[in-house]
Design a protein around this ligand. Structure first.
Ligand code: BZD
Length: 778
């Protein structure tokens, strides 16, 4: 595997090198994509596919006595991210390369990626993911590309050319070393760069310690420096007060900006041209300290006037928000920021002072509004609102689906929207069809190419709608069903190896794979399964013959500190134990929890699924990209009218999916009713079964049951339950009619074109970044 990877890497590096020479020669405006997380998954098959050398490699390996697929399975995932946000960043990189955009990704090279989930007695345990153990063949260490990143210290005033200015005297310096990861485009010679920074001790710092004779401390400090890029934070919802998190953010932002400015200065003299050459995309609020850093460099180091520097900053930055709730937006306590980055705190205060003066012109003395819009939050813990910093500066603020943008406009950033409506844009997410069809479902890929008579859809996914024409063609149906069955077989083998549960290929494979969150309502899924189990238990044999057999597959990680999510995982296992071993049920119902869900598991599970579930309470999922992957793979969707599902329904027709539940605008009123809103009797019964210990662990599950009953049922499981069961019943009825099901499946794939990240990237390029393709000649 290592030898194979290195051989592919050689080819990648050639293209990557040529692309950069070409970019340098042409000097186009570049997009720099700053993200604290990239969930790349495996690289081998993606690289050979995009380089167009898969057949040659497979042949060569056969001659050497190896099987390509067996070797490819050896590769571990690069899991430098939590979930949707990070995987979306990876899809965007693939599209940027394929569409020949002059782009760079910047992030952190964590030594430990997202924790590995292991299940012991049905409980989640976390284990470190030391993914670099055997080296990473896909990266190129650039020891000579390194920058010092400073922290702590004090700010002093100085007079320069008769003008007072501030200088930051830092207290600590850490070296950022570049690791380059080539990202090949498909059907193009272009390969762009994802540059990830690793923290190394600064030699300068060590020298000082050596000269003072403090050898032991010098070694200890070396290790301390490295901790900055040590570990990815699991999405724990609150990072408030976590110094290491702030240091990670600033570390990668500072190194990236030094790199970007060095590249700019190689060819340009004046920062006036900066906005013509540089677009900076902030992926969520995590890298938004970059705004203060750009101001610091331009004002303190390049000695630009404040207003000129601010004008430049406002023209280069755009931001995408991935959260729905205001609580999901990062805040940094003023004390913490002042200690780690004292000069940046001053700069943010200055930005805020000018912002508030500006706001006063529009809103006069409306102090409530001013305090809501201020970058500084006055509260028990005085904090910097990173989202407001981004809103004040960025020329574009992007939502990730139409529903989400509406939420940003009307709730989360209402005041800002009223002031600057033109900044707010919708860029519905997408996923790359290269990874999610070509790599992960080669049989589907061949079918699509055969029926369309071209492979052009791999670069131009709009063509996929051509399948609609054949949605009723019996020959296509036969090929489609065979493809699905083979994929289900692969998945069934995987399930059996992992969990020892044997599943029937005739059953409907019904899947929910995503991070475990209350709002994503895996609990609704479980309660639905319990209801189904209860019904089967109460049936006579003739009724049982009419039951559509189901395999319910669930997978996902719970953040280590998220107790409720961990209880949901345990409930999945407790229910699975009972159901899977009940002779009354047999193949009619099987429940499987797939441990350690990650990108490569998704690549196996999605093509083998019949139905996928996206159950978020309406208004809570910013977009959802999992459903797009299922859609492309011809899995039918059972979903609430939330995030991207609303737009999917528009593309494929609501009649081709199973929609249920309260609508976004109904949710607030339903919530108002609170505990007076009773779920159905069926709901009460299944919750009671869990409460009464029907699945064991009675005391342990009590608080979980409370969240949907006594706790007020914030996510409206009780309210949506009846409609959820009805949608499930509709799915059963349709599954019995395999021709109808296959037709809906084909129409799903055919209608998935809009949800390619290629479309998303074109929108960003044109509406936010103002960049043009720069195609390296072959
Ligand atoms: O971003 C997700 C949203 O929940 C999805 O609806 C959306 O489709 C994707 C892509 O836009 N958000 C995340 O994945 N968020 C995180 O992973 C995260 C990570 C660190 C801190 C906070 C959130």
């Amino acid at each position: 595997m290592q030898a194979l990877a290195h051989s592919v890497r050689d080819r990648l590096i050639e293209r990557w090198h040529d692309t950069h020479q070409y970019f340098k020669k042409k000097d186009p405006k570049r997009i720099y994509f700053l993200s604290l997380e990239f969930l790349m998954g495996r690289s081998l098959t993606n690289s050979v596919t995009n380089l167009g050398i898969q057949d040659q490699y497979a042949d060569a390996l056969t001659q050497l006595g190896f099987d390509y697929e067996v070797l490819a399975e050896q590769e571990g995932d690069a899991a430098l991210g939590n979930g949707g946000l990070a995987r979306f960043a990876a899809c965007q990189m693939d599209s940027l390369a394929t569409l020949d955009y002059p782009a760079w990704g910047y992030g952190l090279r964590y030594q430990y990626g997202l924790f590995r989930q292991i299940i012991v007695d049905g409980f989640q345990h976390e284990q470190p993911d030391f993914w670099l153990n055997f080296g990473n063949p896909w990266e190129i260490e650039r020891v000579h590309v390194s920058y010092p990143v400073k922290f702590y210290g004090t700010v002093e005033e100085e007079v320069l050319n008769g003008k007072k200015c501030k200088i930051w005297i830092p207290g600590e310096s850490v070296e950022a070393v570049a690791y380059d990861n080539p990202i090949p485009g498909y059907g193009t010679r272009n390969a762009i760069n994802l540059r990830l920074w690793a923290a190394k001790p600064s030699d300068q710092y060590d020298m000082e310690s050596y000269t003072t004779g403090d050898y032991i401390n010098a070694i200890v400090n070396r290790q301390k420096a490295e901790t900055i890029s040590n570990v990815l934070y699991p999405d724990d919802r609150s990072y408030q007060g976590k110094e290491l998190r702030l240091k990670q953010q600033y570390f990668f932002v500072s190194a990236s900006l030094q790199d970007i400015m060095r590249r700019f200065k190689d060819l340009h003299r004046s920062f006036d041209e900066f906005p013509e050459k540089v677009a900076l995309q902030i992926n969520d609020t995590h890298p938004s300290i970059s705004i203060a850093e750009v101001m610091r460099v331009l004002v303190d180091e390049e000695h630009l006037d404040w207003s000129k520097a601010w004008d430049i900053a406002c023209r280069i930055f755009s931001v995408t928000i991935h959260a729905v709730q205001p609580e999901g937006l990062e805040k940094i306590p003023v004390d913490l920021l002042g200690s780690v980055l004292p000069r940046h705190l001053e700069i943010i205060y200055e930005i805020n002072y000018r912002l508030v003066e500006e706001l006063k012109k529009s809103f006069g003395q409306d102090y409530d509004k001013l305090s809501r819009m201020s970058i500084i939050e006055e509260g028990a813990v005085k904090s910097i609102r990173m989202a407001n910093l981004s809103l004040a500066c960025c020329h574009t603020v992007n939502g990730v689906s139409r529903v989400h943008l509406e939420t940003l406009k009307t709730r989360v950033f209402k005041d800002y929207y009223e002031l600057w409506p033109q900044k707010f844009q919708c860029k519905t997410n997408g996923v790359t069809q290269r990874r999610w069809i070509v790599v992960s479902n080669p049989s589907l890929c061949s079918i699509i190419s055969k029926w369309l008579g071209t492979e052009a859809w791999i670069r131009n996914v709009d063509l996929i709608s051509g399948l609609r024409e054949y949605a009723k063609d019996p020959d296509l149906h036969t090929e489609w069903k065979n493809m699905k069955r083979v994929n289900k077989m692969r998945l069934a083998e995987y399930i059996e190896t992992l969990t020892s549960v044997k599943v029937s290929l005739d059953a409907m494979f019904n899947v929910q794979i995503k991070r475990i969150h209350e709002y994503k309502r895996q609990l609704l899924n479980m309660l639905g399964i319990i209801h189904r189990y209860d019904c089967i238990k109460n049936m006579d044999e003739s009724d049982k013959r009419r039951v559509v057999p189901r395999v319910c597959i669930i997978g996902g990680k719970a953040a280590p500190g998220y107790e409720v999510a961990k209880k949901i995982i345990k409930l999945c296992h407790a229910v699975a134990d009972k159901v899977n071993n009940d002779p009354d049920v047999g193949d009619l119902l099987k429940v499987v929890f797939i441990p350690d869900y990650n990108v490569s598991v998704a690549e196996l599970v999605i093509p083998g699924s019949d139905l996928s579930q996206h159950l978020s309470t309406a208004g809570h999922e910013a977009s959802g990209t999992g459903c797009m992957k299922f859609l492309m793979n011809g899995c039918l969707l059972l979903a609430t009218a939330d995030g991207s599902a609303v737009e999917i329904a528009e593309e494929i027709g609501a009649e081709n999916m199973f929609l249920f539940g309260a609508k976004v605008d109904e949710v607030p009123a339903l919530r108002e009713k609170g505990t007076t809103l009773k779920g159905s009797l069926q709901f009460a019964r299944v919750v009671r079964m869990v409460r009464d210990g029907y699945f064991g662990f009675k005391d342990y599950f009590k608080s979980l049951c409370d969240t949907v009953e006594d706790g007020g049922d914030f996510y409206l499981l009780g309210y949506d339950f009846a409609s959820y069961l009805e949608a499930q019943a509709a799915a059963d009825r349709t599954f019995v009619d395999q021709e109808k099901w296959t037709q809906m499946s084909i129409l799903s794939t055919a209608g998935s074109g809009k949800f390619s990240s290629d479309r998303t990237i074109e929108e960003y390029a044109q509406q936010s970044w103002g960049i043009e393709p720069c195609k390296c000649p072959f």
